[in-house]
Write a protein that binds this ligand. Structure first.
Ligand code: HEC
Length: 163
């Protein structure tokens, strides 16, 4: 081999080695970029789940149709049940069974003069509430989410169960 050839071989080997190193660097760079990308996407997912966790409990609803679309029944107590006994037991009993605060108990003598007014008037008093001589009857027994109809059936239950 001539000197020329061995110089060529040495330079060519160096060039090849440099290319191999360069190739390895490119692969390493590619893998690193890939991992970085994946980490970024995951990071974004984490961020959005954090946003979900820290979002305010309520937001202003700017949809003008939203209120109209909301089912009215949803705000009525006991899913709108007209079971007078159940409503009495849940809402009215606290006062009317014990007579707390002057509430008339389910005893006929305590209702005579009240019922003289007529059933409609008695029901209206229960719906609207009133301050009488005996004490305060809160409107709808304090349950504003009862419908008028529900108060009516509760009064009917009461007045038909007087001892
Ligand atoms: C916080 C206690 C309380 C609760 C709860 C309550 N009431 Fe009363 N209620 C009273 C009191 C006190 C009176 C008597 C007021 C008076 O005559 O001075 C009264 C009176 C009434 C009367 C008589 C009305 C009249 O014309 O004389 C009716 C009917 C009545 N309540 C129905 C109900 C019904 C139905 C419920 C449940 C939905 C209810 N009340 C829950 C305290 C209560």
């Amino acid at each position: 081999m001539s000197d020329q050839d061995s110089i060529f071989f040495r330079n060519f080997s160096i060039l090849l080695a440099a290319l191999v190193v360069f190739t390895i660097l490119l692969i390493w760079f590619g893998v690193a970029m890939q991992n970085n990308l994946v980490a970024n996407v995951q990071g974004q997912a984490d961020r959005s789940s954090i946003q979900e966790l820290i979002k305010p409990v309520a937001a202003v609803n700017t949809d003008p149709n939203a209120v109209a679309a909301a089912p009215v029944e949803a705000v009525i107590a006991f899913d709108g049940s007209l079971d007078g006994e159940m409503i009495y037991n849940n809402v009215c009993m606290a006062c009317h069974t014990t007579g707390a605060g002057g509430a008339p108990k389910l005893v006929a003598a305590e209702w005579e003069t009240r019922l003289d007014k007529g059933m409609d008037a008695v029901i209206a008093q229960a719906i609207n509430g009133f301050m009488g001589e005996a004490g305060l009857m809160p409107a709808k027994g304090g349950r504003a989410d009862l419908s008028d109809e529900q108060v009516k059936v509760a009064v009917e239950f009461m007045t038909s169960h007087l001892e």
